[in-house]
Design a protein around this ligand. Structure first.
Ligand SMILES: *Cc1c(COP(=O)(O)O)cnc(C)c1O
Length: 233
C-alpha cells in the first residue's frame, strides 16, 4: 500500500519536474524554479514519502491542519510554506511553524507574524499576496497592487520578518498568460523599490508553464503530484 503510494508519488513528481524543466528550457531560463508541493488535505504519511523522494518545500493552506502536520513531520527538515487565507488572530501561531508565509495581504497581519517569529526565535520569510482579479470582484484574495508598497514597508520594518517577494493565483476565466504578464509588471515595480523581493511564487498544476514563462521562481503544485484532493466535508 505505502509502496504503491510511493510509486505513484514518484511517477507524478518526475512528470512535474519534467514539465518544469521543459518550461524553463522553452523560456530560455536555467532550470532553477523551486517546487513547493501543496499537501493540503493529504496525510502526513504522504509528506513523509515526498520528503524521502527529495521534496524540500511543502505548502499548506489551513492553519490547524498545517500546524498538526508540521509537528508530525518536524524530523524531516522541510520548509513549510503557508499559502492560505490568514486570520489576524492566527498570524502569530502560523509564524511559529511556517518558514515562509506566502499569503500576507494586509498590514494587520504583520504584528502577529512578527510576534510569532520572535517567540520562536527564527526569521520568517514573507511573500506578499497580490490580487490579479479585477477590482471589486467577489472572493478576491490578495492585496490591491496599489497597496503593495506600504505593505512591503511594514514587513520590512518588522522584527524577524524578511520580505522576499510576491505570490499570486491566476484568476479563473482569464488566460493565465495574461494574468501572469500583469504579475510580472507588478513584480518589476515592487523590485525597483524593494530589491530584496526577488521571489515570485506563481503557477499551480494547471498553469505552471505560463507562470514560468513570466518569471516565476517558485511554483506551488498540489494535484499534479498528489492526485485529486478529497472532497471538502
Ligand atoms: C491548493 C493551492 C495550490 C495547488 O493547486 P493545484 O491546482 O492542486 O496544483 C496552489 N496555490 C494555492 C494558493 C493553493 O491554495
Amino acid at each position: 500500500m505505502t509502496d504503491d503510494r510511493r510509486d505513484e508519488l514518484a511517477t507524478n513528481l518526475e512528470a512535474v519536474r519534467r514539465r518544469i524543466a521543459a518550461a524553463c528550457d522553452g523560456a530560455g531560463r536555467p532550470d532553477d524554479v523551486r517546487l513547493v508541493v501543496v499537501t493540503k488535505f493529504f496525510p502526513a504519511s504522504d509528506v513523509r514519502l515526498l520528503a524521502d523522494l527529495g521534496v524540500t518545500d511543502v505548502g499548506e493552506n489551513r492553519h490547524q491542519e498545517a500546524e498538526a502536520k508540521a509537528a508530525e513531520c518536524a524530523d524531516l527538515g522541510l520548509r513549510w510554506h503557508f499559502i492560505g487565507g490568514l486570520q489576524s488572530n492566527k498570524a502569530s501561531a502560523v509564524a511559529s511553524y511556517a518558514d515562509v508565509v506566502e499569503s500576507v495581504d494586509r498590514t494587520k497581519l504583520v504584528g502577529g507574524l512578527s510576534r510569532g517569529a520572535q517567540s520562536r526565535g527564527h526569521d520568517v520569510d514573507v511573500l506578499l499576496q497580490v490580487s490579479l482579479d479585477p477590482p471589486g470582484s467577489d472572493g478576491r484574495s490578495g492585496a490591491d497592487p496599489a497597496d503593495l508598497d506600504a505593505l512591503a514597508r511594514a514587513v520590512g520594518e518588522a522584527e524577524m520578518l524578511r520580505l522576499r517577494g510576491l505570490m499570486a493565483v491566476a484568476p479563473l476565466g482569464e488566460e493565465p498568460d495574461e494574468a501572469f504578464a500583469r504579475l510580472a509588471a507588478i513584480h518589476a515595480d515592487l523590485l525597483s523599490r524593494h530589491p530584496g523581493a526577488t521571489v515570485l511564487s506563481a503557477g499551480m498544476s494547471g498553469d505552471l508553464e505560463a507562470a514560468i514563462r513570466h518569471g516565476a521562481t517558485h511554483v506551488r503544485v498540489g494535484s499534479a503530484v498528489l492526485g485529486p484532493r478529497p472532497q471538502v466535508k
